[in-house]
Design a protein around this ligand. Sequence first.
Ligand code: HEM
Length: 132
Amino acid sequence: MKTFMFAAWSAFIGAIATLTFVAWLSPASVAQEPASESPAPTISAASEKSFSLDEIAKHNRLEDCWMAIEGNVYDITSYVKNHPAPPSVLQRWCGKEATEGMRTKGYGADHSKTAWEMLKPLRIGVLERNAN
Ligand code: HEM
């Protein structure tokens, strides 16, 4: 019985040691994945699309709504139906430089951090420098 207990204990310790070793190895491989997967994770001036205000102005409907906010350009169309305020509130900012709308909600209160986070995946490029 003692021998069996010793064998079982050794197997258990061996398993723990193996798992610890594997866990020690894995962060390196995880860390490499994003680099090989995502071609353009951050703002890169060279590869980024830039839009003029004229181009943005073509997307001035709720069914096709782009906004320029603080130098970036966003396609808000997919979010319009989920926005908590009535669509008319958004509509007047579609196709425009809408930083004021985003920062004030039309009555002087900035959107929450969560709202600003929601913008990020909707980003399609930057506002052209000296845009007019
Ligand atoms: C630029 C024009 C916009 C205007 C004028 C505007 C206005 C408003 C108003 C009036 C409310 C409801 C009242 C309130 O919560 O105090 C609201 C709430 C909200 N809006 Fe907007 N909105 C705009 C754009 C956006 C965009 C582009 C997003 C996200 C992609 C967004 C996300 C939200 C969220 C998450 C809320 C809930 C409250 C909060 O988190 O601040 N809004 N907005």
